[in-house]
Design a protein around this ligand. Structure first.
Ligand code: UDP
Length: 238
């Protein structure tokens, strides 16, 4: 988390626009199947592991991460850092009224935080130009995009250049959490890596989403096995 926050703050200080993705099992599974989406993820400047599924997959493929870096936690820490160094942030997404409330609560939590604009996430394609102009006019350095996945990753890839912000991060339902509309799982549930179960219990309709967790683990095991077999037999044969 400290490395991720430092990297984002460095990116926010200027230069070419950067996309940041916090990847969970659902995003990973989509990326494995959808080439256009995979290109977007692979082109991102920073991708952080958001959940046990991704941590497990990484381990199977030989990479370990020191800790999980979820969208909501990363956004919270970045807001704290922005309050300290005056970085200007913009909140785009969630239902009407949620982003201003999230801004108000975060300003109370981190005095000095400059939220230079908000925009709800229920807009039509013909409103997009006006929205990117608003972000640009606000001179936001850091744009938080809470439209849900894959829309937020695709939106950032298509529009970040027009927004003038140095960094954009997809943060899913985080604005609802900051606004106090949705509660995070209790700390012990999060620490045990059982957030997926908590969410499934609260929103049973999302069972298909939960299914992506064993699916990405299966894909990783298959890839690992293919790698081991290649090493054993293909190399020996050459
Ligand atoms: N949302 C939005 N516009 C839409 C659809 C969704 O702004 O057209 C918002 C929604 O209000 C919520 C967030 O996007 O705040 C998606 O939250 P969710 O927890 O479903 O995200 P995910 O599971 O994809 O991270």
């Amino acid at each position: 988390m400290p490395q991720a926050v430092a990297a984002v703050m460095q990116m926010a200080s200027g230069g070419a626009p950067h996309q940041v993705v916090t990847i969970n099992a659902t995003i990973l599974y989509r990326a494995a199947r959808d080439e256009h989406f995979r290109r977007i993820i692979n082109a991102a400047s920073l991708v952080t592991p958001d959940g046990m599924g991704v941590m497990l997959v990484a381990k199977i493929l030989g990479t370990t991460f020191p800790e999980k870096v979820s969208g909501v936690d990363l956004a919270d820490r970045i807001c704290a850092a922005c309050a300290d160094d005056g970085c200007r942030v913009f909140f785009l997404g969630a239902a009407p009224g949620v982003a201003p409330l999230a801004a108000e609560k975060l300003r109370a939590k981190y005095p000095g935080l400059q939220v230079v604009g908000t925009q709800h996430g229920f807009f039509d394609a013909h409103e997009e130009t006006a929205i990117t102009r608003t972000v640009q006019a606000a001179r936001a350095q850091l744009l938080f995009v809470a439209l849900g996945s894959p829309r937020q990753e695709e939106w950032i890839a298509a529009h970040l250049g027009e927004c003038g912000a140095a960094v954009a991060i997809g943060i899913g339902g985080s604005l609802d959490v900051f606004a106090g509309r949705v509660r995070l799982a209790p700390e012990w549930v999060r620490r045990a890596g059982l957030e997926w179960a908590y969410r499934l219990a609260r929103e049973p309709k999302r069972w298909r989403v939960t299914l992506t967790l064993p699916l990405v683990v299966f894909l990783a095991l298959r890839e690992r096995l293919a790698h081991v077999l290649r090493e054993r037999f293909w190399k020996r044969g050459n």
